[in-house]
Design a protein around this ligand. Structure first.
Ligand code: ADP
Length: 565
C-alpha cells in the first residue's frame, strides 16, 4: 500500500492510453471530450444543488444534499481523470479516485435509505430513530387536530345559521305586531305631536327590522342558502320603479335624486331583479344617508367592456383611502364620529358586494373625502329574446311611473284572513278594510277551512285568502292542501315570518299563489290583494299555476334522477 502511495505520481512504467491500441485522432478526441463533458455536467449538478439548498434555511436535509453533491462530484472527477489518463499516464491516481468514489457512493446509499422514508412521510424501519418517530406522531396529531377543528367549524356555522333563522322568526313576529299597530294608531291620531311620537316608534322599528334582515341575509349567503333567480325584466321599468321608491327617501332629506341613461341600453335583461334592486337600494340609500347638501344621481349605461353599469354618484362626505380598503368587510364603518352621526351596521356593502358577485358582476368605488363618492355596479347582460340596445326614454316618462306607483289602490272584494295571532289578524284586517275590502277572520287552519267551505256552500266565495303558515291545530300548509282538495281555487297568499331559501318554493308548490313576509307592510299587502283580485284574470291565474306545476315536476324529476345516481 505504501509503495502504491509513494509511486502515486510516478508515471514512468505506464504509457498514455492514446498510445495503446489503434486510436484514430477522431476517436481519441471523442473519448477525451466526452469524459470532459461528463465531468463538467457532474460538477454543475452539485453546484446547482448547493446553490439552492443554501437559499432555504428551513431545508431539513442539508447534510444529505452535501453528501449527494460529493457523490456526484466524485463520479465526475473519475471522468476527468479518465480524460487525463487518455492523454497522460496517471493510472494510479485514477485507481485511487475510483476507490474514493466507491466509498462515497455507498455512504450515500446508506444515508438515502435512512432519509427517504421521512422525505416521503412514510413510517419505516428508519422510524425507529426516535426523532423521526416523534416527527411522524406530531404530524399525525396535527392532521387529526385540523380535521377536528374543520368539523367543529362546520357544526358551529350550521348552528349559527339555524340560530339566526330561529331568532329572526322570533324577532320578526312581535315586530310585525309593533309596526302594524303603529300604522293603525297613525290612522287614528290627529294631533301632530302624538303622530310624531308614533312615527319615531315606527321609524326605529323599521331600522331594527332592516338590521335583522341584513344579518339574516348575511347568514343565508354564508350558509349558501341564498339563490339567485334569473328572469327577463324590462330595464326601464326596473329603473323607474327604483327611482320612485328612492325619491321618497331623498325628498325626506331635501336632496334631489335623478336618473340618467348615459348610453343606449338593452330593452330587456336577464337578472335577479330582487337582488339587483337590493344592491342598488343599499347604494342609493347610503348615498342619500351620507349626503347633506347637493344631489344623488343614478347613471345607467353600457360600460366599455359591454356590461351594464349602474353608477350611484353623491356629493356627500366621501370615504378616505384607508377606509376604502376595508369597505366591503362585514361590520366595517367609517370612523366613530361617522358611526355616531349616521348609525348603521356596516353590513350593507358587504352584502351588496356578495350579491353582485352572485349576479356575475362587481362593485367599484371612487371617492374623495369631503367631495363625494361614486359606487359603480357592473353586471353582465345575459341575453334575452329581445336584448338589443335601444334609445332610452326621456326622463318625463320615468316621472309618470312615479305617479303610477303612488296611486292609492282600492279594493272591492271579500278576503279571508287566517292567523292565530290576534294582533296580526287585527292589523291585516285593518289594512285591507281601509283599502275597501270586506274581511272575515279565522283563528287557525281548522277554522279557516270551515269558514271557507261554508262560504263556498252559501255561494258567497272569497276573492282571496291570506293564510298564516305557522298555526296550532291545523297549520297553514295543511289548510291550503285541504282547501285545494275541496276544489276551492281562490287565490291564496302565504303569510309568514320565515324567510329562508326554499320557503317561497315550498309555499308555491304547496298550493299558494304568492307569498308575503312579516312584518306586514300595508302597501305590499294591499298591492298583492289588488293584483290577485283585480289585475290578474282567472285565465291568467290558471296559466301561472300550470306553468308552476310543470316547473315543479321537472325539478322533482331531475332531483329524483340525481338521487338515484
Ligand atoms: P352602514 O351604512 O349600515 O354603516 P354599509 O356597509 O352600507 O353600512 O356602509 C359601510 C360604511 O361605508 C358606512 O358606515 C360609511 O362609513 C361608508 N359609506 C358607504 N357608502 C357611503 C357613501 N355614499 N358616502 C360616504 N360614506 C359611505
Amino acid at each position: 500500500m505504501s509503495e502504491y502511495f509513494s509511486k502515486l505520481f510516478d508515471t514512468s512504467d505506464f504509457p498514455a492510453r492514446w498510445h495503446c491500441g489503434n486510436w484514430s485522432d477522431f476517436l481519441g478526441w471523442l473519448h477525451i471530450l466526452s469524459d470532459l463533458a461528463t465531468f463538467s455536467a457532474y460538477f454543475a449538478i452539485p453546484a446547482v444543488l448547493f446553490y439552492f439548498a443554501r437559499k432555504r434555511n428551513d431545508f431539513p436535509f442539508t447534510s444529505l444534499v452535501w453528501l449527494f453533491g460529493a457523490f456526484i462530484l466524485a463520479c465526475g472527477t473519475v471522468h476527468l481523470v479518465d480524460a487525463i489518463i487518455f492523454w497522460y499516464p496517471i493510472y494510479r491516481i485514477g485507481g485511487m479516485m475510483k476507490f474514493v468514489m466507491a466509498i462515497i457512493s455507498w455512504v450515500t446509499i446508506i444515508t438515502l435509505i435512512r432519509y427517504i422514508p421521512s422525505i416521503m412521510h412514510l413510517p419505516s424501519m428508519a422510524a425507529t430513530n426516535d426523532r423521526l418517530k416523534l416527527e411522524i406522531i406530531q404530524r399525525e396529531q396535527t392532521e387529526q387536530r385540523l380535521k377536528e377543528s374543520e368539523a367543529s367549524a362546520l357544526a358551529a356555522s350550521k348552528a349559527k345559521s339555524a340560530f339566526l333563522a330561529n331568532m329572526s322568526h322570533e324577532i320578526r313576529t312581535p315586530m310585525a305586531a309593533m309596526l302594524g299597530y303603529a300604522d293603525v294608531l297613525l290612522d287614528h291620531l290627529k294631533d301632530p305631536d302624538n303622530r310624531n311620537c308614533v312615527l319615531v316608534i315606527k321609524q326605529n322599528g323599521q331600522h331594527l327590522l332592516e338590521l335583522i334582515n341584513d344579518i339574516l341575509d348575511l347568514s343565508r349567503i354564508e350558509a349558501g342558502k341564498l339563490d339567485v333567480e334569473i328572469e327577463p325584466i324590462s330595464l326601464v321599468q326596473f329603473v323607474s320603479n327604483l327611482h320612485s321608491q328612492m325619491c321618497v327617501r331623498s325628498q325626506e332629506k331635501g336632496l334631489s335624486f335623478d336618473v340618467k341613461f348615459a348610453s343606449e341600453i338593452p330593452d330587456r335583461i336577464r337578472t335577479d331583479s330582487t337582488r339587483l334592486r337590493q344592491v342598488l337600494i343599499n347604494l342609493i340609500g347610503n348615498a342619500i344617508k351620507f349626503t347633506e347638501k347637493g344631489r344623488v344621481q343614478l347613471a345607467v349605461y353600457m360600460s366599455q367592456t359591454n356590461e351594464l353599469a349602474f353608477s350611484v354618484r353623491d356629493t356627500g362626505i366621501g370615504i378616505s383611502q384607508e377606509q376604502q380598503k376595508r369597505l366591503f368587510k362585514p361590520f366595517s364603518q367609517g370612523d366613530s364620529s361617522v358611526t355616531r352621526t349616521y348609525g348603521g351596521s356596516g353590513l350593507g356593502l358587504d352584502i351588496s358586494n356578495r350579491l353582485t358577485r352572485m349576479l356575475g358582476g362587481s362593485i367599484s368605488i371612487e371617492s374623495k373625502l369631503g367631495v363625494g363618492s361614486t359606487f359603480t355596479v357592473t353586471i353582465p347582460i345575459l341575453s334575452t329574446d329581445d336584448s338589443s340596445l335601444v334609445k332610452p326614454p326621456s326622463f318625463g316618462k320615468l316621472d309618470l311611473a312615479v305617479n303610477e306607483t303612488h296611486k292609492i289602490q282600492h279594493l272591492a272584494c271579500r278576503i279571508l284572513v287566517v292567523d292565530d295571532r290576534r294582533d296580526i289578524r287585527h292589523i291585516s284586517q285593518h289594512f285591507l278594510e281601509k283599502a275597501g275590502a270586506k274581511v272575515t277572520t279565522a283563528e287557525n287552519g281548522r277554522q279557516g277551512i270551515d269558514v271557507a267551505i261554508a262560504a263556498r256552500d252559501k255561494c258567497e266565495p272569497f276573492d282571496l285568502v291570506v293564510m298564516d303558515i305557522q298555526m296550532p291545530i291545523v297549520d297553514g300548509m295543511e289548510a291550503v292542501a285541504a282547501l285545494r282538495l275541496e276544489g276551492i281555487d281562490w287565490p291564496i297568499i302565504a303569510l309568514t315570518a320565515d324567510a329562508m331559501k326554499g320557503d317561497r318554493d315550498k309555499y308555491l308548490n304547496g298550493g299558494c299563489d304568492d307569498y308575503l313576509s312579516k312584518p306586514i307592510d300595508q302597501g305590499k299587502l294591499v298591492s298583492i290583494a289588488v293584483k290577485y283580485t283585480r289585475d290578474i284574470s282567472k285565465k291568467e291565474l290558471n296559466r301561472l299555476r300550470t306553468e308552476r306545476a310543470k316547473k315543479f315536476q321537472t325539478t322533482l324529476r331531475s332531483e329524483t334522477s340525481e338521487a338515484r345516481q
